[in-house]
Design a protein around this ligand. Structure first.
Ligand code: GLC
Length: 573
């Protein structure tokens, strides 16, 4: 029996100090698609307030809200025109305060997205820059440069936008002639700030204070690895850019200079009471590089994209876990675990297709062809992955709808696609809308399956159309079904919260047969997590099953299953 075999690997990873974010479960709310209270087919802040009970029952510790600032919505709020206000589509500063207060009254925490790499082109600063001359103080808040070529007709360098096409756009000067170029690593409507300019730095300190004073518990730092560009803006060594996940050595990613910014931010966060934090979105590789963002005097967490992009398989997952834990151990920071977010294909689909290519599907035709998609197989793997993730040491980030087992919506009509990637890739990539479809709350079709408080809104009228079978995935539909995905998440989160060893940083591999792995989270091995792949395994004789991602018959763990076990008589709960 594998449990009695010698221990194969032991990783002792002590986090320097335990903060709330060391082992919290944070639920990401993509505000546009979560819940629509004012009945316009777009999610809003009051919608979030109306669902706080659901989140409490799910058992999460914190929520993260994607950008809610005034925005022309070219990139669903990641193009911010005022960092210190709320988009009227979503509510107002008063409603935001009501949410922050209610979140706290419910014993939860709230973190908000901060977007420091760029603003909207409608931001006052950018409008001022356009109206000012080359070399002006106003232009120096962004990255304006003269073009190359005799008349400046070529972009200043070869950088490509993450969304497709050149990362530079040329402007018309006051004299009506084509003039300088400005840099936008994302859409042209998202000009990059110049972080060498102390005015930009000071502005963001002011923005952070603004929200900290309103009692948010922390920030999710958008494109945290992009703020500082290599000196002189040199050409990139690669001509093509493969989207957000492309973490190769570009002169605009992961420059050492970014860390100084986060050191300053950490000081500010620490000057506030109540353990304020920040988590970085830094698509960098390997985890030892991500670890630099969470050194003791920098940010609190960083998303673990190594785990998110790993292939489904015994060896690959095991080594990703090793890399992740070792990477963070080097700096004494908590590990994080993520399976989904608003930028990647939902895990249900990724895991089924045997590849974890998290990026948006490249071929628009391919994704409409869903015949090859085996939903049963997909569900089995997604359930196993969820239980595995919730058994690992550290913090977990869930993405709305993950707990409902929502699949990627692969067939949104092209005339309804909203992601700037669709247009900027020259209609080659459908983009990320498939994971952003509004949540189904109710079985009945009214109000877009309960997404909208306005029962007249049809699934087709929500800002992204919902599939007609979306009600099957609804929270209401899963509520009373013991083997639903929702109940699996609720049960697992409940067990995790009541079991101190699952909240500790203790982690140790146990010996196991080739096609499975086993780890314990307790010194005395009273708690075990077993994950099988192609081949099933028997439950070890002296252990009882606490939770399993698949039904266990005759004490036989099926393939592609995760099981939580406790030693008989140990009462680890
Ligand atoms: C981040 C966001 C993504 C957005 C991009 C530009 O990667 O997660 O949704 O498009 O930044 O702000």
């Amino acid at each position: 029996m594998y449990v009695s075999q010698t221990v194969a690997t032991s990783i002792s990873h002590e986090v320097s100090e335990i903060y709330w974010w060391s082992n919290a479960i944070t639920y990401q709310i993509y505000i546009r698609s979560f819940a629509d209270e004012n009945g316009d087919g777009i999610g809003d802040i009051r919608g979030i307030i109306s669902r706080l009970g659901y989140l409490k029952e799910l058992g999460v510790d914190a929520i993260w809200i994607t950008p809610w600032y005034p925005s022309p919505q070219h990139d669903n709020g990641y193009d911010v025109s005022d960092f210190m206000d709320i988009d009227p589509e979503y509510g107002s500063l008063e409603v935001a305060q009501e949410l922050i207060d209610k979140v706290h009254q419910n014993g939860l925490r709230i973190i908000i997205d901060i977007v420091p790499n760029h603003s909207s082109n409608e931001h006052r600063w950018f409008q001022d820059a356009l109206a000012s001359d080359p070399g002006s103080h106003e232009r120096n808040r962004y990255l304006f440069r003269d073009g190359k070529g005799e008349h400046g007709e070529e972009p200043p360098n070869n950088w490509q936008s993450v969304f497709g096409g050149p990362a530079w756009t040329r402007v018309v000067e006051k004299n009506g002639e084509l003039g300088q170029w400005y840099c936008h690593i994302f859409a042209p409507q998202q000009p990059d700030f110049n972080w060498e300019n102390s005015e930009v730095r000071d502005h963001f300190i002011q923005v952070l204070r603004f929200w900290l004073d309103r009692n948010v518990d922390g920030f999710r730092v958008d494109v945290a690895h992009g703020l500082v560009k290599a000196e002189g803006l040199p050409d990139a060594p690669f001509q093509e850019h493969f989207g957000l996940l492309d973490s190769r050595d570009f002169p605009y990613w992961d420059q050492d200079g970014v860390h100084e910014i986060y050191r300053e931010w950490r000081k500010l966060l620490d000057s506030y009471p109540g353990q304020r934090m920040a988590v970085s979105e830094a698509w960098v590789n390997p985890p030892s590089r991500s670890a630099l963002y969470v050194r003791p005097d920098e940010l609190a967490n960083t998303f673990n994209f190594d785990f998110l992009t790993v292939k489904w398989g015994q060896e690959s997952i095991k080594s990703s876990i090793d890399r992740s834990i070792e990477g963070m151990a080097a700096v004494g920071a908590p590990v994080t675990w993520v399976l989904n977010n608003h930028d990647v294909v939902r895990a249900v689909n990724r895991l089924e297709m045997d590849f974890m290519a998290a990026d948006s599907p490249k071929d628009p035709e391919l994704v409409i062809e869903t015949d090859f998609f085996d939903f049963q197989r997909a569900k089995i793997r997604a359930r196993s992955a969820a239980l595995l993730m919730l058994a690992l040491p550290g913090a977990v980030f869930l993405y709305q709808g993950e707990e409902l087992g929502l699949p990627e919506v692969l067939d949104i009509p092209v005339d309804r696609l909203q992601d700037p990637i669709w247009k900027m890739s020259g209609n080659k990539e459908r983009g990320r809308d498939g994971c952003r479809v509004p949540l189904p709350w109710k079985v009945s079709v009214d109000g877009a399956f309960g997404f909208s408080a306005n029962s007249e809104i049809t699934p087709d009228q929500s800002w992204l159309p919902q599939p007609l079978d979306w009600g099957n995935f609804s929270a209401e539909g899963q509520e009373n079904s013991a083997d639903s995905m929702l109940q699996l998440y609720r049960n697992a989160i409940g067990v995790r919260k009541r079991n101190p060893s699952l909240l500790s940083s203790h982690f140790r591999w146990m010996g196991s047969p080739d096609d499975s792995f086993v780890f314990t989270r307790s010194e005395d091995s009273s708690f075990l997590c077993v994950v099988t792949f192609e081949v099933g395994e028997p439950v070890p004789p002296d252990y009882a099953v606490l939770l399993s991602s698949q039904e266990i018959e005759f004490r036989q763990i099926p393939p592609h299953t995760t099981v939580w076990l406790e030693r008989n008589g140990s009462a680890c709960l």
